[in-house]
Design a protein around this ligand. Structure first.
Ligand code: PMP
Length: 388
């Protein structure tokens, strides 16, 4: 089995697991971090240490990190919370057609309540250009919500160029940085976003824990979407999951320590995989910008002309890969992201998203390339309109 689906989720790093385990033990770690006794204080201290670790990876301060159950919740809280606080149910929002469903479906729901949304269409490379955002701005634009790195193509959006000018116009900026954090440099001291979503399970931490960065100065204000005991500065109630939070913190500390080095190694493997496939097979189209550093290191999305996508994946039982994102593959529709890039249904369907990560080896890449090349050649020979 070769796992090439790191963009869907990553395995827990053994060091993260080791950091989490004490907090699952009966005697030491079960206190409620909100309790005012020794056991509670011990858990609270661990939670706050983890908050500092997550903040450090993002170039934020600890008080700007709000724990959530994952980035789906972070995205919901950011968008619904910010618009509700501003009392702007019928305001205008700019986003894009290639956002994650947790952004798109939140916006669609808010549209039923009166929100107006402009969904930008990316260039064929998958990038949303700053000029498109500028052109879509209106006097009533309250929020721009864009992803930093697309989870299907790996394309990096030039969010740095935009955020400061949007903020200067009083427009809130929300960035979905799930596929950026721990993969490329994220520094909220340089990027003046108001809100930024991250998730632990994409960077070798546990599933079910995420965070929303909420800028302190100038203060981004949110209405809570989960009401209760007033945890997390009143923005997100609920007893904190100490072990998950500690794991998230440890994962961020590891990611920060090896960011550049790991990125270089993974990017080189991705280039090796792309080179092998494109030199052995004609008509393999890259669904992303051509420049290696315009994409997140670990994501390679290719369409293979002349093959049928489901048959291709069925011929690759050894490879854990996806077509489109895991989150929307239940629908079995060709990827809406690739269609937004202008790919035909056929080409969008005949795609593989190969995503590499911390434990990917050159041997795995070579074996995967061999299997994909054989499968594509076989299917192209079978198919009457097969090319190549
Ligand atoms: N945004 C992006 C870009 C993602 O890739 C994902 C996970 N597929 C999410 C949001 C949702 O994150 P979570 O799984 O933590 O809810």
């Amino acid at each position: 089995m070769i796992y090439l689906d790191y963009a869907a989720t990553t395995p827990l790093d053994p060091q993260v697991r080791a950091a989490m385990l004490p907090w699952l033990e009966t005697d030491a770690g079960f206190g409620n971090p909100a309790s005012d006794h020794a056991l509670g204080r011990r858990a609270r201290k661990a939670v706050e240490a983890a908050r500092a670790q997550v903040a450090a990876l993002l170039g934020a301060s600890a008080e700007e990190i709000i724990w959530t159950s994952g980035a789906t919740e972070s995205n919901n809280l950011a968008i619904k919370g910010a618009l509700e606080f501003r009392g702007r149910a019928n305001a205008h929002v700019i986003s894009s057609r290639i956002e994650h469903k947790s952004v798109l479906d939140t916006l669609r729901y808010l549209e039923t309540q009166g929100l107006r949304v402009t969904y930008l269409t990316p260039a064929a490379s998958g990038v949303i250009e700053p000029e498109q955002v500028r052109a879509a701005l209106r006097p009533d634009t309250a929020l721009v919500s864009l992803m930093w790195v697309n989870n299907e193509t790996g394309a990096i959006n030039p969010v740095l160029e935009l955020a400061s000018e949007l903020r200067a116009r009083g427009v809130l900026v929300h960035i979905d940085a799930v596929q950026a954090a721990g993969k490329i440099a994220v520094d909220l001291a340089q990027l003046p976003a108001d809100l930024l979503s991250v998730s632990a399970h994409k960077l070798y931490g546990p599933k079910g824990i995420g965070a929303l960065f909420v800028r302190k100065r100038p203060r981004a204000r949110l209405s809570p979407q989960i009401h209760g005991g007033g945890h997390e500065q009143g923005m997100r109630s609920g007893t904190l999951a100490t072990h998950q939070i500690v794991g998230f913190g440890a994962a961020c500390a590891l990611a920060a320590a090896q960011l550049g080095e790991e990125g270089d190694r993974i990017r080189a493997l991705r280039e090796r995989l792309q080179r092998q496939l494109q030199s052995a097979l004609p008509e393999v189209l890259l669904n992303a910008p051509a420049a290696a550093d315009a994409r997140a290191p670990g994501i390679l999305n290719l369409s293979f002309t002349g093959v049928e996508g489901e048959s291709l994946r069925a011929m690759l039982p050894e490879l854990m890969v996806s077509s489109g994102s895991a989150c929307s593959s239940a629908t079995r529709e060709p990827s809406y992201v690739l269609r937004a890039l202008g790919r035909s249904d056929e080409l969008a369907g005949a795609s593989l998203r190969l995503s590499l990560g911390r434990y990917t080896t050159a041997g795995q890449v070579d074996a995967a390339a061999t299997q994909i090349i054989a499968a594509v050649q076989f299917l192209r020979e079978l198919s009457p309109q097969g090319s190549g």
